[in-house]
Design a protein around this ligand. Structure first.
Ligand SMILES: NC(=O)C1=CN([C@@H]2O[C@H](COP(=O)(O)OP(=O)(O)OC[C@H]3O[C@@H](n4cnc5c(N)ncnc54)[C@H](OP(=O)(O)O)[C@@H]3O)[C@@H](O)[C@H]2O)C=CC1
Ligand SMILES: O=C(O)C1=N[C@H](C(=O)O)C[C@H](O)C1
Length: 273
């Protein structure tokens, strides 16, 4: 069997470590390189050192060396790092799976432009459960279009640096699209002081940060006499890692272009009709 060669960016991070472990356990994949930011304490260590299972791949900060021979880079880092790695991938024909969140509009445009030169999977949440939840939300939003106030509540660990989470924003976009609204016009990010009564056309966001919460998302449809809550809770990062590996396998033989986890999981076509 020809193994797909995968490089991991942010190899010393929470997701990077999970990915290194998942790749080591996948017979069709092999870790070809491990990258982290210069100055990171992980530089110079074996990528599997944290788990006591050496991979023979040393984490380094040189992009060209870490990506040498790679078919695909899996990147869960920070927007500025991902955009630098992406430019290299686009110029050198390396495919890329992007899990990083927190991009601004210019960053998202750069990802779309790079996807003309290489195949890209880009999704704020790679878990099967969240992606199926997005389909449920599309249906729910249409059913609760009138008379229901929509609020999105998310909770994550104390180390998370962006808010609201990429997943919460994606949920907001899916709901706004289903209702024919633009999230940019109707999102309310937190409330304080004398806010006035709630505008029914808005979608509210609330963020909780604390401890080791892996990732909880609830969408509340609050009507008169009833409320509906659609909740997804992650209890391990392994689901994100397995989703990212599915993404890498999906683009292995795909043409250049921008794909998301709905493409990877076949959810765009499977539930139409
Ligand atoms: N799409 C999905 O399914 C998921 C997405 N995420 C997203 O993935 C990203 C990473 O999350 P997580 O692993 O928890 O974060 P961590 O902080 O644990 O890991 C990030 C890694 O990237 C490195 N890094 C930091 N800045 C840069 C940079 N400028 N260039 C290159 N590398 C850099 C860090 O190095 P150092 O530690 O030395 O700073 C670290 O190794 C976040 O954006 C998060 O929201 C997370 C889980 C699931
Ligand atoms: O930072 C995290 O941990 C997570 N980030 C992603 C997001 O911002 O939605 C996905 C998941 O919720 C975990």
């Amino acid at each position: 069997m020809k193994q797909m060669k995968i490089a991991v960016a942010g190899a010393g991070g929470r997701m990077g470590r999970m990915l290194v472990e998942a790749i080591a356990a996948a017979p069709d994949l092999v870790l070809s390189g491990a990258l982290d930011v210069a100055g990171s304490p992980s530089i110079g260590q074996d990528a599997g050192a944290f788990s006591g299972q050496p991979t023979g791949v040393t984490i380094e900060s040189d992009l060209a060396r870490a990506l040498a021979g790679a078919d695909c880079l899996i990147d869960f880092t920070r927007p500025e790092g991902t955009l630098e790695h992406l430019a290299y991938c686009a110029a050198n024909g390396v495919k890329i799976v992007i899990g990083t969140t927190g991009f601004d509009d210019a960053g998202k445009a750069a990802i779309a432009a790079a996807a003309e030169k290489t195949a890209v999977v880009f999704a704020p949440n790679m878990s099967v459960g969240v992606n199926v939840t997005l389909k449920l939300l599309e249906m729910a939003a249409k059913s609760f279009a009138e008379g229901y106030d929509i609020e999105i509540i998310e909770a994550h660990h104390r180390h998370k640096v962006d808010a609201p989470s990429g997943t919460a924003l994606k949920m907001g976009e899916v709901i706004a699209d289903a209702l024919g609204r633009d999230l940019k016009d109707c999102a309310v990010y937190g409330r304080e002081g004398v806010t006035g009564e709630r505008d029914p056309s808005t979608i509210g966001f609330a963020t909780v940060r604390g401890g080791d919460i892996v990732g909880d998302h609830t969408v509340l449809f609050a009507g008169t006499g009833e409320r509906i809550e659609i909740t997804h809770k992650s209890s391990s990062r392994v689901t994100y890692a397995h989703g990212a590996l599915r993404g890498a396998r999906f683009i292995a033989d795909r043409a250049n272009g921008l794909y998301d986890m709905q493409d990877v999981l076949g959810l765009k076509t499977a539930l139409k009709g």
